[in-house]
Design a binder for this molecule. Structure first.
Ligand code: ADE
Length: 242
């Protein structure tokens, strides 16, 4: 999989060199290229924003650097992937459709994703129109119902959620099956040794005995019940209407 990120803060994406994602990059499972949008400016101040037409607070990102950036990034990507390659262009945006586990699963099967990080109040609307006219597939995607200062933090989260589902990135693929949201429920509670633990306050805290029973069918049923109960309590919106 190839991932390009276009941003005015390339350093924000440095954590993608760490841990699981960093290893996936070193092993060649994921090619990740971060681009500084200001490369595609031509004035002394490397200007990427201007005041909103019609007035109002804040600044709007200018269309010209974005159009040039997409042209250059598409060309570079196609040099690597071939002329047939079609990127999915993701604009993190609080006004986008919600990013959920199913989105991560679908995007993990993509050959190529370009993330475009908006800042300030947003990007000139004509950029979206232009890209759609140029045949790009666009997705405006929200991490949740709150406002961040820009798309970079959303790209960190989305990239981690997507890349860990790329085959080979997580060592034990089974661990992806039972985690929260993978089957529409929150995950059941987890325990490890010691089965009897004396907490610092002196209380004896026992793991549920069923987990020590060796009876796999009973354990599976208990976990299912726990997942249902937990989901009903914390996230009733995830359950189908009764
Ligand atoms: N950019 C600013 N806020 C955002 C959000 N909630 N989700 C995705 N991108 C954003």
């Amino acid at each position: 999989m190839r991932i390009d990120v276009i941003t005015i803060f390339p350093d924000y994406l440095a954590p993608l060199e760490l841990s699981l994602i960093g290893r996936a990059r070193r092993e060649g499972l994921v090619e990740l290229v971060v681009h500084d949008l200001r490369v595609w400016t031509h004035d002394r101040h490397r200007t990427v924003d201007d005041s909103p037409l019609g007035g109002g607070a804040g600044m709007v990102m200018k269309p010209e650097p974005w159009a040039e950036a997409f042209e250059a990034v598409r060309t570079a990507g196609r040099e690597q992937l071939g002329e047939h390659a079609q990127p999915l262009v993701v604009f993190p945006n609080p006004a986008g459709t919600p990013f959920v586990q199913d989105t991560a699963a679908q995007w993990s099967q993509r050959e190529w994703i370009i993330f475009a990080c908006g800042r300030y109040e947003g990007i000139d609307e004509r950029v979206y129109e232009h890209l759609a006219d140029q045949g790009y597939e666009l997705a405006l995607t929200s991490l949740g119902d709150y406002v961040l200062n820009g798309g970079e933090v959303a790209v960190l989260a989305i990239t981690e959620a997507v890349v860990r589902l790329v085959p080979g990135v997580v060592g034990n693929a089974e661990s992806l099956v039972e985690e929260s949201h993978s089957q529409g429920l929150l995950e059941y509670p987890l325990y490890t040794r010691p089965a009897s633990w004396t907490a610092p306050d002196g209380a004896l805290r026992e793991a549920p005995p069923v987990l020590l029973s060796g009876d796999h069918a009973r354990i599976a049923a208990w976990r299912r019940d726990q997942a249902m109960e937990r989901t009903a309590r914390r996230r009733p919106d995830l359950l189908p209407d009764p």
